[in-house]
Design a protein around this ligand. Sequence first.
Ligand code: HEC
Length: 416
Amino acid sequence: MKKNSFKLAFASAALLTLSHTLWAGDITQGKTKAAACAGCHGINGIGLSEEFPNLAGQKQAYIIKQLTAFKNGSRKDPTMNAMAASLSNKDIADLAAYFSSLVQTDTQSSTSENKIMSTRASNREFPESIFISMKKSATIETFPQQQSWPGGPNMLYTAITPDKKMLLSTSPSSNTVYIFNTQNGKQLAIIKTGKAPKGVKVSPDGKQAYISNQGSADITVINLKSLQVSNTIKVKKGPHNVRFTNDGKLAYVTLQGGDGLGVIDTQKQKLIRVIPVPGITGPHNLDLSADEKTAFVRDFVHHVAVVDLTTGKVNKIITVGNGHGGIDVFPNGQYAATAAIGDDYISIIDTRTLESRDIKIGTASHGIRVSKNSQWLYVTLPKENAIAVINTRTMAVEARIASGKFPFWIAVHGNP
Ligand code: HEC
């Protein structure tokens, strides 16, 4: 009985944190509230003497569980029972967000807002390997392994095959796409594309890759078995990036020349429709909502257009950071995140309410992609030559990892 009620209390606390949007735990508010804990646990989360445990860097779920247990009496400690008695579920979530965001050292308080530049990537933040193109180093870097593979000039956009065996990366200055073996970084092929190839995507069945040739207004289709060009699809001016639907039947292409969003029938290999996207300047990058009824289209000025793909109407224009950048819908469908190369923040758009929230990232950002489990948001910082990792539970920057020059685009397996 006792056990059950404890379980229930924990379950409802956990539910609350989940249902109250992702940032139920607010680090800033948590910091304010943590003043009450400082006398024993220290404001930086390092216990002031032997009897007071460290809380800095402790797992959020664990802190929530312990505080809930102290509150309902299932864990007994007179001091903590008294402390926890007055905490609401929101207080607990905020405190947990704050303490878990702290770094586990006993140096002066360093919240995640501070710039923490670490050189090593940890497995925690990279549950699966990711691949980032370094435009100015002409390499691909893998994380968390931090291996560097030589590539072509201006390695730009990247994509990984569904079987994880190959990585593709465009080189617009040499009008080619490089194909790497992800096991060892060896170049399997360098294939001629159209002019100024930009975005590259692999069809969900892994058989083909589409490359948007911004300079020649067409798409190069590559057969991934023979590693040869199988077709060229004419589109409109300035195709920049592509996104296949999950069934692979359609591919949407951003027409940066201004026409809008092209729709390609992948069976016919033909442009069958163009959806105009008024209100933005040059459709640049895109992603689809989880139900694929909505496209989030990033321009190269400071807008995201929310396009209803059924009616072809623009539902909303959202103002985001200045300059171009990537856009990525979380695999769990909850948010769309977009970077901004001319600004110091990224924007997180709630895909249901279409409200957006900014996260200060410090300098220019460009590539942006969420891990397959939606827990980690990776952002490239081309001016800092670094990668930022954001914990999507708290929306706090947890790590900054030094990289090669001008990190540009991120490929994450399981997040097209
Ligand atoms: C007067 C001193 C004191 C204050 C103030 C205090 N704590 Fe504690 N806290 C303790 C002690 C002592 C323990 C160890 C309890 C035990 O033996 O299990 C503890 C344990 C904890 C634990 C469990 C740690 C673990 O590793 O299991 C958490 C979480 C915690 N405190 C959070 C807080 C928070 C949040 C506040 C502020 C709202 C706070 N405490 C205020 C003394 C204090």
